[in-house]
Write a protein that binds this ligand. Structure first.
Ligand code: SF4
Length: 216
């Protein structure tokens, strides 16, 4: 899968799912701007990482579980893995997020990628996990159905391709995302969209006239 040999951190897939250009700015060009949202997210994860494993009844709770997939060239850490019962054991990954549940899939993609890694490592089938949202104190179940698995695999492949090419994609057409993006000042999406549409129109004109000048 993909064109890059390097391992990708599962946590960066959300950047690709949110906007491939954001992914490239961070992981190819390596620019970064911490804003309130990302800084707060880091603090939340540090808190989750610091907890010890515990057993409650039939369920063991493991935190900060390392996972890796050779096949997908992915690596990462689960915030929480619930392991229930005796064989057949049920594995249930949980990812902590600072905000609220989202309509889009990017948090689900990260969780699904964790489940795919676990499936490969432990040769099990994982049907479900959950996202826990700090802001609303809500646990949202996530089914790892065929659609989510396909979208997740496409994001992994796309991220590998961007890394292998070293090219930064154009800004997302979903302009609303730029308003919440911590890289908006570095990215200058409006300028790039304008420049690209100018170049696109010039290209069309050249194609139609068969010339890059207005000589007759
Ligand atoms: S500002 Fe918009 S186009 Fe640029 S990286 Fe952020 S989301 Fe993507």
């Amino acid at each position: 899968m993909g064109d890059s040999d390097q391992l990708i951190l599962i946590s960066v897939l959300q950047h690709y799912a949110y906007c491939p250009r954001q992914f490239a700015l961070i992981h190819v060009e390596q620019v970064w701007a911490d804003n309130y949202f990302t800084a707060h997210g880091n603090v939340l994860h540090e808190r989750v990482d610091s907890c010890e494993p515990e057993q409650r009844g039939n369920v063991r709770y493991e935190r900060g579980v390392a996972v890796k997939s050779q096949q997908m060239r992915l690596t990462g850490k689960l915030d929480l893995l619930e392991i229930e019962g005796k064989p057949p054991i049920k594995y249930f990954p949980v990812e902590y997020k600072r905000g609220k549940p989202k309509i889009e899939d990017w948090d689900k993609i990260q969780l699904c990628a964790q489940a795919l890694c676990l499936e490969e490592m432990r040769e099990v089938q994982i049907d479900e996990g959950a996202l826990w949202y700090w802001q609303v104190r809500k646990r949202e179940p996530v089914l790892f159905d065929d659609v989510l698995r396909r979208v997740t695999l496409a994001a992994i492949e796309g991220a590998h391709k961007v890394l292998a090419s070293g090219n930064t994609p154009l800004p997302t057409e979903q302009k609303k995302r730029c308003r919440a993006c911590s890289l908006v000042d570095l990215c200058e999406p409006d300028t790039f969209r304008r420049d690209h549409s100018g170049a696109y129109i010039a290209g069309l004109f050249t194609e139609l006239t068969g010339s890059d000048s207005n000589e007759n």
